[in-house]
Design a protein around this ligand. Sequence first.
Ligand SMILES: *Cc1c(COP(=O)(O)O)cnc(C)c1O
Length: 389
Amino acid sequence: MVLVRGEGTRVWDAEGKEYLDFVSGISVNNLGHCHPRVVAAVREQAGLLLHASNLYHNRPQAELARRLAELSIGGRVFFCNSGAEAVEAAIKLARRLWWRRREGRGEAPQAADVPRVLVFEGAFHGRTLAALAATGRYLDGFAPLPPGFVRVPFNDLAAAEEALDATFCAVLVEPVQGEGGVVPAEAGFLGGLRRLCDRTGALLIFDEIQTGLGRTGRLFAYQHYGVVPDVLTLAKALGGGLPLGAVVAAGEAADAFRPGDHGSTFGGNPVACAAALAALDVLVEEDLPARAAALGDLLLGRLRELAARHPVVREVRGLGLMAGLELAVPARPLVEAARQAGLLVNCTAERVVRLLPPLIITEDDVERAVAVLDAVLAASVSRPQASVL
Ligand SMILES: *Cc1c(COP(=O)(O)O)cnc(C)c1O
C-alpha cells in the first residue's frame, strides 16, 4: 500500500482508497494528518532558516527547550532526530554522570568498571546498537552489542530491587510498554523504582517516546503515576510529524554533559523545532490530553464489549488512546482484514492489535473503528479456513 495524502484522521492510498487511521504513524500524528497550524509553522520557518548548525543558537530550538522543561521535569534539553538517538543520549548521559561522580570522589577508573543499566523484559527502546541492547529483542545477527544491560521482568519490583546496586548508572523504563504489547506499569512499580534509584544513585529514565505528548490522557504518562523521573526521552509525536527527538534532564543529570561531550548535526533543526512548538501549542490550547482520556475511556469500554462477544480476544489493555487487544492467535491477518475494510491498526508483540488513533478523533470515529473490528473478528471465526485468524 502506498499512502499519498492525509488529512485529520483519514489517509488515502495511491488508488484513492480512504482509511480511518488508528496507527497515526505509530503515535507520531497525534494531531491528525497535516494539522494546519503545524503546516503553517513549517512553511514559515522553511522560508526563514532551514538549518544553521549547533555552533549557534536558533530561536525555535531555544523556545522549545524552555517549553519542554517547563511542561515536564525542568532542567535542560538535548535535541536529536529520533527516538533511538534520544535513548542513546540518555544512556551516555547516565554513564557520564556515573564516571563524573567517581572522578569527584577521586577514585581512579578500573578496567573492570562497567556502569550498568537496568532494563525490562518486553521493552522497546530503538534499533541502534545500545538501544537494541536495552531492548533485548531483534538482536539476531547483530552481535556484538554494547555490554552493561541487565534485564528483569517488567512490573516485578522485587526482581529490580534484587538486581540494583551502586554499579548501576540508570534504570530505563517505559511507563506503558508499547511495542511489548501495550502493557501499563502497575500501580506502585514506577514509584518503587524511584525509591530504589534514590537509594542507589542510579538515574531514573522514563522512555516516553511513545507515551508522551498526550497519548495516554496526560501530557506525559508519568503524571498518571505521580512519579517524577530524572531523565525523559521524547520523539515520535514531538516534531508534529517531522523527525525530532529530545532528552530532558533535571537535577544533577542536567549538568552531566559538558560542551563537546555529545552532539548532533541536525538535532534541534529550526524547522523541526518550529513544527514541534506549533504542535505543542495545539496540544495545550485544545487540552488534547483530556480529550485522549475521555475518548480513550470510550474506546477501551467498547473494546471490552468486543472481548466479551469474541472469545478469541484474550485481554484488552491500555491507557488513554493507547490501546491493545491481545488475541489467542497471531494478529496480523486481522490487521490486514481491517485494512481492507478501511481501518488502519497495527500488530505488535505477535498477538496484539494495537490502536493509536490521533488524539483529535471523534466518538463517531471510535464507533466506526470498533464496528470494523467487530465485523472482522466475526468473519474470522466464521471462516477460520481462510486463515484470517
Ligand atoms: C519508537 C520508540 C523508540 C524508537 O524511536 P525511533 O524514532 O524509531 O528510533 C524508542 N522507545 C520507544 C518507547 C518507542 O516507542
